[in-house]
Design a protein around this ligand. Structure first.
Ligand code: GLN
Length: 545
């Protein structure tokens, strides 16, 4: 079967849940036995979101192949359970970068390089690359970031307009997500914003095939009829994306609406039924938990939940695996001191210190970790969280008072975490060099790396495997010069690179569950298959109750 393309645009305002809608549609099509991939096209100028502040843009999601991508790719992986790669996220910046490189090489043979056709051609190439290779997917869903009417989004919309006429109407479908607000003063649902948004799309030559209306409540038939009439779509092509309590309900609600059925008919996809048993079970477990645990997340971006999206979901998955609801308590690490830990963490069944960059809040994280270690509270430290756990142990157990990370104190004699300037990269099979003074963009260890698990450890009990692969995003590493001294005081190095040169997991023996990992397990957690470390962390938290 030739790959069919579904383009998802958004209107009226952002944050309507376009990513979740695209992922949920993908999940439904997948349960119909189709192979599905999803791509996010982001109109901003950054080449990738790697350098963007999490306060503005939310989490940076890392793929196996080391691409730093939009957090929507996390939804795609969680809903589709297929690994994403650098191909699945492109930005205006990346497109312009490629076009300018070609222009400098003289590839355009003296032509004037313009938005149309050169930029739009490059966008089309990025979209069509999804259908290349030996095993192209049956369906590729393309989500266009931003809102219709944004200046930056225009080349992307023009590119998908052209694609539809080039690939044919049977091969492409346009879905437009809009808002149907409920005006409580009038007691009415309003369709005007939807009409205006579709008008805007039409003015650039795109006629939506399906309108998906985000709405607080179900939209009655007569109103759907009105939207269909004004927006020039089939009467049965207006769907509601109603607000739900649990995000994993979205595929079920879409199915009840007949959304995937309509998409299948319009794209002439094989007429198979969706099998939603696994999704129903998942939502059922979420709705009827056997108990609850409270986990404190001690970090810097506590006011912006989007910054910890995958982490939040991985904790939910860990809860599902144990049949419990995980209540999260976000703690700003800048407010934590040794004097107030007992008060702050009262009632917490587990403490988690997530990844992060920069010194701000680090001392508070170390206080939180000290409390978890001494009071035997289950602890999971991720990336910076693991590094802080090593610093805490070095300072308070091994007596290295000036223990630190080179990131925070370049001059300390006890930098238990440091910058490795030369190392063998298993992924590329090259010796990589890192320059202490280089720019911030491209110097991180990124993407999936193998990790060897030490038998008889918490890590082994969790994974049940000798070799695993996990995703990284950091510059600094555990400093092996301190392995013996920390090891002699009871720190266990339960995960290392296959050649033992990099420490990937540390844990403590005389503690119910205390584990720090240099990688980000949250990126690989799935709603129906919680990541083993999150599953075991939540299990330990539940046992403590
Ligand atoms: N700042 C630390 C480093 O660069 C940790 C990074 C992270 O937590 N992702 O190594």
């Amino acid at each position: 079967m030739k790959t069919k393309f579904i383009f998802v645009t958004g209107g009226v305002l952002s944050s309507l849940g376009k990513g979740l809608a695209a992922a949920s549609l993908g999940a439904l099509l997948k349960t119909r036995g189709l192979s599905v991939t999803i791509q996010k096209l982001d109109p901003y100028i950054n080449v990738d979101p790697g350098t963007m502040n999490p306060f503005q843009h939310g989490e940076v999601f890392v793929t196996d192949d080391g691409a730093e991508t939009d957090l929507d790719l996390g939804h795609y992986e969680r809903y589709l359970n297929v690994p994403m790669s650098h191909k699945n996220n492109t930005t205006s910046g990346a497109i312009y970068n490629r076009v300018i490189a070609k222009e400098r090489r003289g590839d355009y043979l003296g032509a004037t390089v313009q938005v149309i056709p050169h930029i739009t051609d490059e966008i089309k190439r990025a979209v069509l690359s999804l259908s290349e290779g030996d095993d192209p997917p049956d369906v590729a869903i393309i989500e266009i970031g931003g809102t219709v009417g944004d200046i930056e989004g225009l080349p992307f919309l023009e590119a998908i307009r052209q694609l539809k006429s080039e690939l044919g109407r049977d091969s492409c479908l346009n879905i437009h997500l809009t808002l149907v607000p409920y005006l409580s003063s009038a007691g009415e649902l309003k369709t005007k914003p939807t009409q205006h948004s579709v008008k805007e799309l039409l003015s650039i030559g795109i006629q939506p095939d399906i309108i998906l209306c985000r709405c607080e409540k179900n939209i009655p038939q007569d109103l759907r009829k009105k939207i269909a009439l004004f927006c020039n779509v089939d009467e049965d092509a207006v769907f509601t994306s109603v607000d739900v309590k649990n995000i994993y309900e979205v595929p079920l609600r879409f199915y009840e609406e007949g959304f995937d059925q309509k998409v299948a008919i319009m794209l002439r996809l094989p007429a198979r039924n969706a099998n939603l048993e696994a999704w129903k079970h998942l939502v059922d477990v979420c709705m009827h938990p056997k108990g609850r645990v409270t986990i404190a997340i001690v970090g810097k971006y506590v006011d912006l939940k989007e910054a910890y999206k995958s982490l939040h979901e991985a904790l939910v998955h860990g809860g599902v695996a144990n049949g419990v609801t995980v209540d999260l308590r976000y703690v700003n690490s800048e407010n934590v001191t040794d004097a107030n830990t007992a008060e702050i963490f009262a009632g917490c069944d587990g403490i988690l210190v997530p990844g992060g960059f920069g010194y701000r809040g680090v001392e508070g994280k170390i206080c939180a970790i000290r409390y978890a270690r001494e009071k035997k509270v289950p602890f999971l430290g991720i990336c910076l969280g693991m590094q802080c756990a090593v610093i805490e142990f070095a300072r308070h157990v091994a007596g290295l008072e000036d223990a630190n990370s080179e990131e925070f104190d370049p001059h300390s004699k006890s930098n238990v975490i440091y910058l490795m300037t030369e190392w063998f990269d298993f992924r590329t099979q090259n010796v990589e060099h890192r320059d202490r003074a280089s720019d911030k963009g491209g110097t991180m260890r990124l993407g999936a790396y193998p990790c060897k698990i030490l038998p008889g450890t918490q890590a082994e009990r969790a994974y049940g495997q000798e070799m695993v692969e996990e995703r990284h995003r950091h510059r600094y590493e555990f400093n092996n010069a301190f392995k013996d001294v920390l090891g002699s005081k009871g720190m266990i190095f339960s995960g290392t690179s296959p050649d033992n040169s990099l420490v990937e997991i540390v844990e403590l023996a005389d503690h119910p569950w205390f584990l720090g990992c240099q990688f980000h397990p949250e990126f690989k957690s799935r709603p129906m298959a919680a990541h083993p470390l999150f599953r075991e962390f939540i299990r330990a938290a539940q046992l403590r109750k």
